[in-house]
Design a protein around this ligand. Structure first.
Ligand code: NAD
Ligand code: ZN
Ligand code: ZN
Length: 344
């Protein structure tokens, strides 16, 4: 089968031919219908050889959707041809976190060498994807897999981040979204669907701000050194009760903490190398800073239900498998609007 692999540190991903996997006991083989391209892959591919976290070659893609192609021994509850989405943050299934469906926070994944598809295990940007356990699949029903596949990360991650802060998003509150790309443009829609908050979107590109406005942002602000002051001005000096940073670079983390209201939540989702120095007097009173990872199995089901209800509509650009390296190049250059989705 054909797959898109990162083979050598520093080189561009390549389209290669690899053996088609066979499902072992308990595993499920999917014929991939759609696979999303995430900025985290760029972060992974930017790591130096001495700090590269996974074995190479690595088949990319941690957002996957497909139809069931073959079932390993003992798998029940699925039929050949069923359309499914992949829950990516695989855990052990046994520990206290996994027992709550929070496999993203599995206590034993590292020790057991369990890694997500595309982030250690062979990923979804391929003709077939081996899924380690049927519990990591969620039925898609009649959702369009192309529009739905980004929901497995670009939807699930902001959903998880926003859900924790919903009690703060009361009428009259404000939420700031920094970086309205793949995750951020879904975050704007989730905030609108789940809360009455006024949504203020920040980005460095007019095109991304235009998308943010189209998907529901009430206000847009250019993300520069004055952005926090502009957020304060838009909120009568109060700041935002919830700030979501989908860039996570030093300047955006500085903006994020400077935007926070008293008792606000600052949630750093982007992995841009920034960090918040929080101490008395450096942030609004009682503001909290957190850095969550991906989301739970239950939350993926909820996000897909939101899409079914028409509350989220991911803006996708589609690419063939052969053009996947081009999609990565464009993502790195900031030239994807919404999410790039590969159709193998
Ligand atoms: P993306 O490239 O699609 O979007 C990033 C957006 O940020 C773009 O619109 C870009 O114009 C904008 N941007 C860049 N610099 C900016 C700045 N200084 N101020 C404001 N906006 C700026 O990326 P994505 O796939 O949506 O991923 C977003 C981030 O989230 C990445 O760092 C990714 O690695 C990370 N991520 C984290 C998790 C997690 O679980 N924590 C999960 C998925 C992705
Ligand atoms: Zn991702
Ligand atoms: Zn576990």
């Amino acid at each position: 089968m054909r797959a898109v692999q990162y083979r050598r540190v520093g080189a561009a991903p390549e389209v290669v031919t690899v053996p088609r996997p066979e499902p072992g006991p308990g595993q499920v083989l999917l014929k991939v219908t759609a696979a999303g391209v995430c900025h985290s892959d760029i972060a992974v591919m930017s790591r130096p050889a001495d700090a590269f976290p996974y074995p190479l070659p690595l088949t990319l893609g941690h957002e996957g959707a497909g139809t069931v192609a073959a079932l390993g021994d003992g798998v029940t509850g699925l039929d050949i041809g069923d359309p499914v989405a992949v829950y990516g943050p695989w855990g052990c299934g046994q520990c206290l976190m996994c027992a709550q469906g929070k496999e993203n926070y599995c206590l034993r994944a590292q020790e057991l060498g369990i890694r997500p598809p595309g982030l250690g295990a062979p990923g979804a940007i391929a003709e077939y994807l081996l899924v380690d356990d049927a519990r990591h699949l969620v039925p898609l029903g009649d959702l369009d897999p192309v529009a739905a596949v980004p929901l497995t990360d670009a939807g699930l991650t902001p959903y998880h981040a926003i859900k924790m802060s919903l009690p703060k998003l009361v009428p009259g509150s404000s939420a700031v979204v920094i970086g309205t790309g793949g995750l951020g443009h879904v975050a704007v829609q989730l905030l609108r669907a789940l809360s009455p908050a006024r949504v203020i979107a920040l980005d460095v590109s007019d095109e991304k701000l235009e998308l943010a406005r189209r998907v529901g942002a009430h206000e847009t602000v250019l993300s520069d050194a004055d952005a926090a002051d502009r957020v304060r001005a838009l909120t009568d000096g109060v700041g935002a009760q919830v700030v979501l940073d989908f860039v996570g670079a030093p300047p955006t983390v500085a903006t994020a903490t400077a935007c926070a209201a008293v008792e606000g939540d600052v949630t750093i989702v982007g992995i841009g190398g920034g960090s918040a120095a929080v101490g008395f007097g450096t942030i609004a009173f009682d503001a909290a800073v957190r850095a969550p990872y991906w989301g739970t199995r239950a939350e993926l089901i909820e996000v897909l239900d939101l899409a079914r209800a028409g509350a989220v509509d991911v803006h996708v650009e589609t690419y063939s498998l052969d053009d996947a390296p081009l999609a990565y190049e464009r993502l790195r250059a900031g030239r994807i609007t919404g999410r790039a989705v590969i159709l193998p």
